[in-house]
Design a protein around this ligand. Structure first.
Ligand code: BTN
Length: 254
């Protein structure tokens, strides 16, 4: 008789340093693919590029998804835009909002960041390297500290009501599972098309780590293609520091 497939684990914790750290520790102990760690609060939440991710207790969805993927090495990084698409789709469904994506994977509403994604990879004992994809979604914040004011927003600020964290988590995991399955089954094409249709970056004048020009496309591995006038440059990682809406340099986000 066929056995029901076990439900992937969701580990719910009160306070942690970082859900990323907990997920990697579970991976060391053999946790299975798609184990999820969520916490009410993080003492040392991690953002991209070594930054800190801050959120007052119980205001945000703070989740890390452990991924043991059979994707070819060259496609593993596309799990990051895949998660950005899933996060935007989840917010569209439950908030509801019309989020846009800023390369590489910021989720924005009205030009302000509502969610961030952090993909980390580590070698763990006796297995292939594992990935942990962290997602932070601002839900209940009514205000942000001065250094983030004007650059960050939340579901509560955008809609007047907060979505509860369990509802957001369920929608996020449903979208993540669906978009990951498309990525693993059909390659990056469908995700890439959806990413581009949600993009706030393509068509804009951008500067990424010293490369300035018009963002024209997302490459087949998630790299940003920038038309610099005398050619097209591929940028595989980095951060957009200028755009034509402001014409001025942004301080690093978070
Ligand atoms: C970014 O800088 O935009 C990425 C932020 C990612 C934050 C999330 S919150 C849950 C998970 N745990 C962390 O320490 N970071 C990620």
């Amino acid at each position: 008789m066929a056995r029901d497939k076990a439900e992937p684990a969701i580990v719910r914790l009160d306070q942690v340093d970082s859900t990323q750290t907990v997920a990697f520790a579970l991976a060391e102990r053999g946790a299975t693919d798609r184990t999820v760690v969520v916490a009410d609060q993080q003492a040392a939440g991690r953002g991209r590029r070594g930054r800190v991710w801050q959120a007052p207790a119980r205001t945000s969805l703070l989740a890390s998804i452990l991924v043991r993927s059979g994707l070819p090495q060259a496609l593993l990084a596309t799990l990051s835009p895949t998660t950005a698409v899933a996060t935007a789709e989840a917010l569209r469904r439950v908030a509801p909002l019309e989020p846009r994506l800023k390369w590489p994977n910021d989720v924005l509403v009205g030009g302000r960041k509502i969610a961030g994604i952090l993909l980390e990879s580590r070698a763990v004992a006796s297995s292939e390297p594992v990935l942990v994809i962290g997602v932070g979604i601002n839900l209940g914040q009514r205000e942000f500290p001065p250094e983030l004011a004007g650059r960050a927003t939340s579901v509560a600020l955008e809609t007047g009501h907060a979505v509860d964290r369990e509802t957001m988590l369920a929608a996020l995991l449903e979208e993540f599972d669906a978009w990951r399955a498309r990525l693993e089954g059909e390659g990056f094409g469908p995700v890439r098309e959806r990413w581009k249709s949600l993009s706030d970056t393509i068509g804009r004048h951008v500067t990424v780590d010293g490369v300035s020009g018009t963002a024209t496309d997302l490459d087949g591995d998630g790299a940003l293609l920038i038309d610099v006038g005398d050619g097209v440059r591929r940028v595989i990682a980095g951060e957009i520091t200028t755009d034509e809406t402001t014409g001025e340099a942004h301080a690093a986000r978070r």
